[in-house]
Design a protein around this ligand. Structure first.
Ligand code: NG1
Ligand code: ZN
Length: 530
């Protein structure tokens, strides 16, 4: 029968070769590419099962985002474009780790426990990043889906957010857009151009941007997007595929090392941005008049966007509440600015986009960003409705209608399904254009506290357990007390340690009044982790 054949194909073509346990983490499975073939095959099977259960298209994305080129990974996209439901993460981990000869019985159990009828239609969308290992691993996923008689649409090279977008479009009967690349680019670009109006420049804002494509899919897709944008935005692309993926470039490199990509020569004031390896993260940067490197990270993007949306909501006269969701990595200055100056509600949740997205659903307009540049804005169905109505309500004053129209177009520029670097880039460019701002004017809102991130390698990172949105350790005993007493010695000090969900390390974050103190604080806390 079907399951026998699937087990046999799996064992022969994509056998599990090592006993090493692999876990479905915050962004799916991620490790060295050569350890992943059997995982991919099995995730193809699982995606087909999930599709049968939900009677909807499921996405499978093959990428390791900002990680080094030899790594790879896989994550499943649920029907509404969101990350795989938490209860299925455990099922995924189980299926990925069983012995070859237990594959069939495990598949059987999954079908039974979840009341899935084998033989129902299954439809899986597959996308992959530009890593050399990705085509082979994508084939393993496809073989997995087809082994249980599911149908595959193989989109080839995609950014992660494009795949989320396609899945959502298909499962909403195209209410969200057309589930293909043309539909995606057209939706974003036409709204962007309409918002820009007659003049591409405004005040201190000029419509030329320097972009670091991380030598990945983002660079390829930006070239296509440019055709749709025409001359509304000029983009010169660096790290466009001539070097190694994420090597000395990309949003993670720029954010963590706090310097421009290696190959980029910047002039004072030049507006530049970096994408990561699968184009779901975005950061901006520039050199100030002293030639000092200045980073505008996810926190800065979130505050810029929230500030603009708040202004539009007020001017439109609509009664909509707004909230901003961050993680513990958000710079303390940004949180203070949102609370005290923007006057927007702030929430803090654990690391991982699914937590941010989920919390953002509580607001009419929810803005969420991780400090590393991953995030988006979501509008509730009620907010969407109200904005749509106001945009064509002839009984309202004309300036309110015009503002509602802008909000309506902004919703189209934004990929609400997940953080999307290209969509976020168009959003930031739109806000800067509307305000007539250079990066220095954007940056002036608040000054980041100097900060430092460190990785600590330990035998078992899970001995550290946290609470309070990862800001405090509860295990091992005594660690938090030690961290507290170190932090107390630093002016404006804040520090925390948490196990990474994507790498075998413990991450330490610290901020303080000076860079030297932030470094010291991170270092002293790290010494307690070893
Ligand atoms: P981990 O490895 O759990 O810290 C990293 C990022 C997350 C998120 C995921 C998924 C930091 C500190 N952590 O998670 O924010 O983006 O990768 O890619 O940036
Ligand atoms: Zn990414």
């Amino acid at each position: 029968d079907i399951l026998n054949n699937s087990q046999q194909l799996g064992a022969e073509k994509y056998p599990r070769k090592s006993e090493k346990l692999i876990q479905y983490g915050t962004s799916g499975f991620r490790t060295k590419a050569e350890e992943l073939a059997h995982v991919m095959y099995r995730m193809g099977v699982l995606a087909a099962f999930r599709s049968m259960q939900k009677n909807a298209v499921i996405g499978v994305m093959i990428t390791a985002s900002h990680n080094d080129e030899p790594d790879n990974g896989v994550k499943l996209v649920d029907p509404h474009g969101e990350m795989l439901e938490a209860s299925w993460e455990g099922i995924a981990t189980k299926l990925a780790n069983v012995k070859n000869e237990e594959l069939k019985s495990t598949m059987c159990d999954i079908l039974e426990e979840n009341k899935i009828e084998l033989g129902k239609n299954a439809m899986v969308y597959v996308g992959r990043d530009t890593r050399p290992s990705s085509p082979y691993l994508a084939q393993a996923v496809i073989d997995g889906v087809e082994s249980v008689q599911g149908c595959v649409t193989d989109f080839g090279i995609l950014s992660t957010p494009q795949l989320h977008f396609f899945v959502t479009c298909q499962n909403t009967n195209k209410a969200y857009g057309e589930p293909n690349e043309e539909g995606y680019f057209k939706k974003l670009a036409s709204a962007f151009k309409a918002l820009r109006g007659e003049s591409a420049d405004n005040g201190q804002y000029q419509h030329s941007l320097t972009l670091d494509g991380a030598n990945g899919v983002g660079a390829l897709k930006m070239k296509i997007l440019q055709e749709y944008l025409g001359n509304s935005l000029e983009v010169s692309i660096f790290s466009s595929g001539d070097g190694k993926l994420n090597y000395q470039c990309g949003a993670d490199y720029v954010k963590v090392l706090q310097k421009p990509p290696h190959s980029m020569q910047l002039e004072v004031g030049q507006r530049a941005a970096s994408l990561d390896g699968d184009a779901d993260r975005l950061v901006y940067f520039y050199l100030d008049t002293q030639g000092k490197f200045k980073l505008l990270d996810g926190d800065k993007i979130a505050t810029l966007v929230a500030g603009y949306l708040k202004k539009l909501v007020k001017e439109s006269g609509l009664n909509l509440n707004m909230g901003l969701v961050q993680t513990a990595y958000a710079n303390g200055s940004s949180t203070e600015y949102i609370n005290n100056t923007l006057g927007v509600e702030v929430a803090c949740v654990p690391t991982g986009v699914k937590y941010l997205h989920h919390r953002a659903l509580d607001f009419d307009i929810g803005v969420y960003f991780e400090a590393n540049g991953h995030g988006t804005v979501i509008f509730s169905p009620t907010a969407t409705d109200m904005i749509k109505k106001a945009a064509s309500d002839e009984t309202l004053p004309s300036d309110q209608v015009a503002t509602a129209k802008r909000l309506f177009l902004l919703m189209d520029v934004i990929n609400q399904t997940v953080g999307d670097a290209l969509s976020d880039l168009l959003l930031v460019e739109t806000v800067l254009h509307a305000f007539g701002w250079s990066l220095a004017e954007w940056d002036a809102a608040y000054t980041d506290l100097p900060n430092r991130q460190m990785k600590v390698s330990v035998a078992d990172r899970n001995v550290i357990q946290t609470t309070d949105a990862e800001r405090r350790c509860v295990e091992p005993p005594g660690l938090q007390t030690e961290i507290d007493s170190i932090v107390a010695k630093f002016n404006k000090g804040r520090s925390f340690a948490r196990p990474s969900g994507t790498e075998d390390v413990v991450r330490v974050y610290a901020e303080a009044d000076t860079q030297a103190n932030a470094d010291q604080l991170a270092h002293q806390v790290a010494l307690k982790i070893y």
